[in-house]
Unconditional design. Structure first.
Length: 220
C-alpha cells in the first residue's frame, strides 16, 4: 500500500513554508514572507487550494512560531505584532477543506462547530428550517459504529428529526460537499444541499454627477 499524501505548513517568524509530500518525497513546496496574518495565511491558503486539486492530500500538519490552540485553531498570545488571536485554521481551511476538522474522539473541536454552523445554518432534514443554533450536531454514520468525528460525517438536526433518524426507518448518507441524501421507509430518496451564500460584494451604479453651476439651465 502506498503512503498517503499529506500537506504541512510551518509558520516562521520571518518566513513561512507550505509543503506537500508522500513519505520522504517532497512533491511541491513554496515559501512566503511572514508579514500580517491576512497576507501570509492568504498566500498559503491559495497555494494549498492549488495543490489540493492536483494531489488531494489526506491531512495537514501545522507548526508555528507561537502556540496554537488545538480546540480553537487560533494563535495564542505571542509577542509578534498582529498575530495573537489569528484564526489559522479558518484561514487555511479556505484552501484545504479538511484542515483541523478531524478528531479521533467523540467530542468536536470549536473549528468543526464553526464550520458546520456556517455550512448548514438550519436543520438538514428536507424542508425543515429550524435554525442551527437550536439543533443538535449528529454523526451521520453513528460514532458507535465507527463513524468519524469530522465535518464530512456531521450535520445539524433539530430534536424532532434527530430522534426520527435514530428511532425510525429513515436513513441518511452524507455525500461530498455536505449534501445529505435521505431515504424514507418507503424507499423514496430526498436530497438536502447546503444553501449557497450570495456574493459578499455587490457593485452598485454610481450616482449621477451634480449639475455644473456654470452651465446654463436646460431649456424646459
Amino acid at each position: 500500500m502506498s503512503e498517503p499524501i499529506v500537506a504541512g505548513v510551518e509558520l516562521g517568524g520571518t518566513k513561512s513554508i507550505a509543503v506537500i509530500g508522500r513519505g520522504r518525497e517532497v512533491l511541491a513546496q513554496c515559501r512566503v514572507p511572514t508579514t500580517t496574518p491576512a497576507e501570509t495565511l492568504g498566500a498559503l491558503s491559495r497555494q494549498l487550494a492549488a495543490w489540493h486539486a492536483d494531489y488531494a492530500p489526506s491531512a495537514i500538519g501545522i507548526a508555528s512560531f507561537g502556540p496554537v490552540s488545538v480546540e480553537r485553531g487560533m494563535m495564542l498570545p505571542t509577542p509578534k505584532p498582529h498575530w495573537a488571536g489569528a484564526d489559522i485554521v479558518g484561514a487555511l481551511a479556505q484552501g484545504f477543506d479538511a484542515v483541523a476538522f478531524h478528531t479521533d474522539t467523540y467530542h468536536r473541536t470549536t473549528a468543526i462547530d464553526r464550520h458546520l454552523r456556517a455550512r448548514d445554518r438550519h436543520c438538514r432534514f428536507p424542508g425543515c428550517t429550524t435554525p442551527a443554533t437550536r439543533c443538535d450536531i449528529d454523526h451521520t454514520h453513528d460514532h458507535a459504529l465507527g463513524g468519524p468525528t469530522t465535518h464530512t460525517n456531521l450535520a445539524h438536526l433539530c430534536q424532532r428529526h434527530h430522534t426520527q433518524k435514530h428511532l425510525t426507518r429513515w436513513n441518511v448518507t452524507q455525500l461530498p460537499g455536505g449534501v445529505l441524501e435521505w431515504t424514507s421507509p418507503t424507499g423514496r430518496t430526498y436530497t438536502d444541499e447546503p444553501l449557497p451564500y450570495s456574493p459578499a460584494i455587490h457593485f452598485l451604479p454610481d450616482d449621477p454627477p451634480p449639475p455644473d453651476p456654470h452651465q446654463p439651465p436646460p431649456p424646459f
